[in-house]
Design a protein around this ligand. Structure first.
Ligand code: ATP
Length: 248
């Protein structure tokens, strides 16, 4: 379907069509489409822009990643479709591996996501979660996402879990991992439990994260994290939603 560039919701429509295509290519599941809808609703409330509270959280995320011994970015169907180039660039440049970790492990889906990411030039050594011999189960998580890669999430000290469900975030926290999430809903269990919550659309976050990763030094990162308070960030995001929507 052709979407005119001057359509007021062109970006959103393009994304929806990419996601639907992803569904037909076995990368996304139906539930992924529904989760995207929930995200879109919150993005509307935030006037589809990156706010100061998100920028502060992005800087904290870059700080945490720069200081990590074993950082990892968890990939699901939605992120594979929405931001493959951004994730691959960050992975290759900053040697932060990607791990495919799915709630719905449909036949052939891991392989489809793997092939999709590799077409964007991902270094294959930086891709985990697609080799059966490396799988290990973490008991703190109750559903299929407990299957992780022994070279990736299993040993990671800092895990980026965008568009996540609350159970896994809580499970990862129980394992003493630092959890960074990107979630447009500041009220979700994930947003509330993560160490760093970036309340913004994933499609806007990773280019900003990349810029911060390019710039920040270890000393700056340590200083920045000392002052960072995720609860304040969550409060600021809720205040922003209220302010915007009281006026209208
Ligand atoms: P929880 O279990 O943490 O309370 P949930 O049940 O809403 O959350 P899911 O539906 O699995 O969890 O996750 C989807 C989350 O991702 C939602 O909170 C949604 O707002 C968010 N989300 C969806 N699309 C995007 C996007 N493009 N950018 C950022 N966040 C998004």
């Amino acid at each position: 379907m052709v979407i005119p560039d001057n359509h007021p919701r062109a970006k959103s429509l393009h994304e929806r069509h990419k996601l639907i295509e992803g569904l037909h290519n076995n990368i996304l599941t139906e539930a992924g489409l529904i989760a995207h809808g929930r995200g879109e609703a919150f993005d509307y409330l935030l006037h589809e822009q990156t706010h100061r509270f998100a920028e502060k959280a992005i800087k904290a995320a870059a700080s945490q990643l720069i200081l990590a011994k074993h950082p990892i970015i968890s990939v699901n169907g939605n992120t594979a479709i929405l931001i493959p180039e951004d994730m691959v660039r960050i992975a290759n440049k900053h040697k932060i591996p990607l791990e495919i970790n799915l709630f719905y492990r449909k036949e052939g889906r891991v392989e489809a996501i793997k092939n999709h990411l590799l077409t964007f030039g991902l270094d294959p050594n930086l891709l985990f979660g697609c080799d059966n011999s490396q799988y290990i189960e973490i008991q703190e998580i109750s559903h299929l996402r407990r299957i992780v890669d022994r070279r990736g999430i299993s040993i990671a000290d800092v895990v980026v879990v965008p568009l996540e469900d609350g159970d896994r975030t809580q499970g990862l926290k129980k394992l003493n991992k630092k959890v960074i999430t990107v979630d447009l809903n500041p009220l979700s269990r994930t947003s509330q439990t993560a160490d760093i919550t970036i309340v913004d659309n994933i499609t806007r976050v990773f280019t900003l994260l990349e810029k911060e990763l390019d710039l920040i030094t270890r000393d700056e990162a340590l200083e920045y994290l000392k002052k960072y308070d995720n609860q304040v960030i969550l409060q600021e995001s809720l205040r922003q939603i209220r302010q915007f929507n009281e006026k209208n």
